[in-house]
Design a protein around this ligand. Structure first.
Ligand code: TRP
Length: 475
């Protein structure tokens, strides 16, 4: 927990009862994705149909999500949605980091507005990087590459945690709805945990939720594409958002959707609960009328309102309708003075293997390609990369290679080769022993050199845009 800190890496700690706890600041990395999906209730991407899937979707690299439908439905309806992700400004940007940007770019092309958090407070607190240095790294290393990777400067806003008060305020405010037991359960924290590791996730909660405030674009679904190491923060955020909600929207007992009130300290009086424990019936009825009016607005005509039981039923509403109803009621909640926060959606990608066979890590340059590696270095790294070939040519021809562990093949699949048909050919020819390990490496080198050479060129061409990616409060 307190050990080496790498971006996009995490530790899976086994706890009593064989439960897994993901430590987002840890240095180990598990690829036991099935288990993570099952234990934390992620949804598989298998059940999701995308209209124009990207390379990462088509190849199963983006493998899981939470509530992605909420975002895709908004898009289909022509409503807006937002994309938020964050970066920890520390080391150099490597290929692993580019995967998140690939996804951000895809969502941007689908019409999402993009917000990117520079986690300078987190970097300062957990890695000892000054805010000044964090800013420099963020601009020169990350944003410069985002521009080169083709994020649309008109639709992207980069901000710093340290200079956006609402982010910190939300984190502080929502701290009220969690406690150290929950942090122990989610992150495995104990008595020795440095409080920076308690504060950083709360700021990240603020990062994730603030784009839906009225000031930053208003209520809309927000999707957070991340590596699975960041899922603990999403679980925390989703839980906290739900706890602030005034209205619960659930499946009806027999059919349809049922709405109930969630009364807490902040909303008790607005919902007609008087301090002496009595009910202000008139106020309560007004709230129920407001719920009904919202539903009528959505076009329902079979609304059963039972203020006495504290429920509103809509028998004809489908599961699909739930998000729309939820959003409408969040808007209503806002009009009554509530925060009206929708739990964020998220997507998760597999990590690419490190080049040496161990995990990718910025502190071990041989394990990955940096986006600033010069081309001879790229060639050298791929030549030395871990291979799924056999030890001799004869054996390779006879037994074939294993593309699943072959770094050169894997990097083609993750990063460099767009053509699925060609990739499938490479895969089967490698397995059949028709392509040798050295040949696979050469194919990868050619593609990698093209790809990175192009990126370097783009970086020069887009350097003048870096400032324009910054939000007003980041300049
Ligand atoms: N904690 C993230 C990391 O270690 C950075 C981050 C900060 C972030 N805020 C975020 C990621 C919001 C996604 C969403 O890399």
């Amino acid at each position: 927990m307190q050990g080496g800190r790498e971006p996009a890496s995490y530790e899976v700690v086994m706890m009593a009862g064989e439960d897994v706890v993901i430590d987002p600041w840890g240095s180990a990395q598990s690829t036991d994705y099935d288990r993570i999906v099952e234990q934390f209730g992620l949804s598989s991407m298998d059940g999701v149909t995308l209209e124009n899937p990207s390379r990462l979707h088509r190849r199963g690299i983006v493998f899981a999500h939470r509530d992605l439908d909420q975002v895709l439905d908004a898009k289909r309806r022509g409503d807006g949605f937002g994309v938020l992700t964050g970066l920890m400004p520390s080391g150099q940007m490597h290929m692993g980091h580019s995967m998140v940007i690939d996804q951000v770019k895809w969502f941007q092309e689908q019409g999402g507005d993009v917000t990117i958090a520079v986690a300078d407070l987190e970097s300062q607190a957990t890695r000892g990087i000054s805010l000044e240095k964090g800013r420099k790294i963020a601009l020169e290393e990350y944003v410069a590459n985002y521009a080169a990777l083709g994020l649309d400067v008109e639709k992207t806003n980069v901000y710093f945690q340290s200079s956006r008060p609402i982010v910190q305020r939300l984190g502080f405010q929502l701290g009220k709805r969690t406690n150290l037991n929950e942090f122990e359960a989610i992150y495995g924290f104990g008595g020795e945990t440095n409080l920076a590791h308690v504060q950083a996730p709360m700021v990240q909660v603020g990062d994730i939720l603030h784009p839906q405030t009225d000031e930053y674009g208003g209520l809309r679904p927000i999707v957070v594409p991340v590596g699975v190491d960041q899922d603990p923060h999403l679980r925390l955020t989703r839980g906290l958002a739900a706890k602030t909600n005034w209205f619960n929207v659930n499946d009806g007992k027999h059919a349809g959707v049922t709405i109930t009130l969630s009364v807490h300290e902040e909303n008790a009086s607005a919902l007609g609960q008087m301090p002496n424990g009595r009910l202000d019936k008139e106020k309560l009825n007004q709230v129920f009328n407001g719920i009904v009016a919202s539903l009528v607005d959505l076009g329902y005509s079979d609304i059963q309102s039972n203020p006495k039981q504290g429920t509103v039923n809509v028998p004809s509403a489908t599961k699909r309708d739930k998000t729309m109803i939820r959003m409408k009621l969040l808007q209503y909640e806002r009009s009554l003075g509530g925060m009206g926060m929708l739990a964020p959606s998220s997507t998760y990608h597999h990590f690419a293997v490190g080049m040496t066979g161990e995990k990718m890590s910025s502190s071990k340059p041989k394990t990955t390609l940096f986006l600033r590696d010069d081309l001879p270095t790229v060639e050298k790294k791929i030549k030395r990369a871990f291979s799924g070939g056999q030890t001799t040519i004869e054996e390779h021809r006879r037994l074939g290679g294993d593309p699943d562990i072959d770094v050169a093949y894997q990097y083609m699949m993750y990063f460099f080769e767009e053509d699925d048909g060609y990739l499938a050919e490479l895969n089967s020819d490698y397995r059949a022993g028709k392509i040798l390990a050295g040949e696979m490496k050469q194919l990868c080198i050619d593609r990698a050199v093209d790809w990175l050479g192009h990126l370097h060129e783009m970086r020069d061409q887009t350097a003048h845009l870096v400032e324009d990616f910054l939000a007003q409060d980041a300049r």
